[in-house]
Every structure is written in C-alpha cells, then in structure tokens.
Design a protein around this ligand. Sequence first.
Ligand code: SF4
Length: 333
Amino acid sequence: MRIGIPRALFYYQYFPFWKNFFEQLGLEVVLSSPTNKEILKQGLEFCVDDACLPIKIFHGHVADLIGKVDMIYIPRIISIEPKEYICPKFLGLPDMIRNSISNIPHIVDTELNLYKGKNHILDHILNLGKILNIHQTRILFAYFKAIKAQRQFEKLMIEKFVTPQDIIDKRLTFIENQTFKKRRNNIKVLLLGHNYNIYDDYISMGLIRKLRKHNIDLITCEMVTKSQIKEGNKKLSKDLFWTLGKKTTGTAYYFLEHKKVDGIIHVASFGCGPDSLVGELIEKRAKLEYKIPFLYLNLDEHAGEAGFDTRLEAFLDVLEGRKHIEDNISTYG
Ligand code: SF4
C-alpha cells in the first residue's frame, strides 16, 4: 500500500515523524516531486484565486501524486500546541482539495488537535490506525519509533544550525564544512518566515542557497529552542494565540534583545494575514528600537527572480558595509 505525502506545508516540520510512522506500519511512503514549474502551474489551476501561495503550491503537490499512490495523507490540522491554534487554512485543507481536484485517491484526513494537551496526539494516531485497519499495539509501537526520529530531527537543527532539508537529504557533513567551519565574514542573518516558504527552494528562489554562497551564518526559527522563543515573546504586551506567528515573533525578539544578529530577512506570502501583522511588529522594533537592517520579501506566483536578487544583494551589501565599519573602528576613538 502506498501513501502519498505532498512535499509542502508541514512536510518541512513533520516529515521524519510521518515517514517513520507509516513505514513502521508497512506502508510505502511516496513524496511528491520537489516544487517545480509544473507543480506551481497545477496549483494555480486547481486552487481558488484568493488563497495564499503555499496553499496553491500544496494543490500542485497533491495533483503530482495522482496515479502514484493509493491514498494521500492530508491531516485536518487545528492545533499543534496546547492553547494555541494555527491558520484555519490547514483545517479546511482536505475539503479544499476534495472540492478542487477530481479523480484523487482516498484522502486520509484525520483530525489533529492538540489545543487541550499534547497527549491528544494519541487520538490522531489511533484514528489513523482505525482507518488503516491496523491493531492499536502496532500503532503505538510505530508512534514511539516516529516520535524518537522527530525529536532527533528537531535536536539536530538546533545543535548544528542546519535546515530540515539538510537533514532529510543527509547533507549534514557537507553543510557543516561549507558553512560553519570555513566562514569568512561572520555575518549573522536571522531568516524569518514559515518553514514551508523558506525551505522550499523553488518558492523562495533559492534564498538559503544564495545566503550560504555569501558565507552568511543563518539562523531560522527551527534552530531556536522553545525556551528562547518563550523568552522572546515576553516582550509582547499581549500573547499571540497562533503558533506560527508566535514562533516568529519569539525568535525575532529574542535575537534582537540579545543583539545576536546583524540583519533580519522576513519572507512572507502574499495574501497571508498573520504574516503581514507579525512582519510589521518585528520590522518596527528592529528598525526603530535596535537599528538592525530589515529586509521584507513578499512571495507570490508572479515574483521575478531578478528583482528578488537585486534586493537581496543590496541588503547584503549594507550588512557587509556595517560589519566592515564595526571591525575597523578603533576602540580608542
Ligand atoms: S499562515 Fe499564511 S501562508 Fe500559512 S497557510 Fe495561513 S495564510 Fe497561508
């Protein structure tokens, strides 16, 4: 039995868990192709016009799996942290897909709602077991294996400052050698944005590759501990209740407060309400209070790479210029 996983949205967050879980149950996990022109084209064709780019791309990935799998896993995600919610588009995703794409394989759309506590993950996996007709004992065994793999994945990102894709593609040694041992200019950039935007090489127009080419030390929300994020969020006058925004503000405020970065890049999706609010909060604080250069990059299906590159190069020039001045000012005045 083949189960399809679209290489989009929470693939960048939970793939080690999903892969280990389903493989332990004897299923073959099939991923859609990396995002490409055809996937984007299909996403635009199938999805409603007013959706954000990541949701459109997700439609393209589902279309890419047609004919390759027996079922597609599209969980109905409501909450991934206690007392918090995520964007409602995740909740409606299985219905959007069913109503927009015809002739799709069976969709496994079990609800995931951890609002009342992390242990509700068991509801999710036991319901999956019922759908797949697999005994509870096997399901629990697969769950423990999968959660171990997921924890290891999260720990590696924090300890080694690597991206999800570095780990999934097993590029760890290469990246460590390239980026962290041979760095020359030691400029640190905080790269903010949803993981499904910044780690998707096609959507982000190779942003991480380009930054690494410039020997930039990169920090993303996935490389930060929960306690650092919590500490950062104490700077907010009111707690945000959606998880992805909270992760972004907490990371940004933590690094601003500890003056640990030379610049911030915020990658947002056109049409994303949470992104615009969170981006505004961080930009104001970075520029007014901490005088840290801030670059806002908005992604949509029409974004041109030439303009994107020009803005990025100009931003990096500013950072390099500031670093040069800092490094050459005499401490004696
Ligand atoms: S948080 Fe924003 S980018 Fe993500 S799915 Fe929701 S609207 Fe789209």
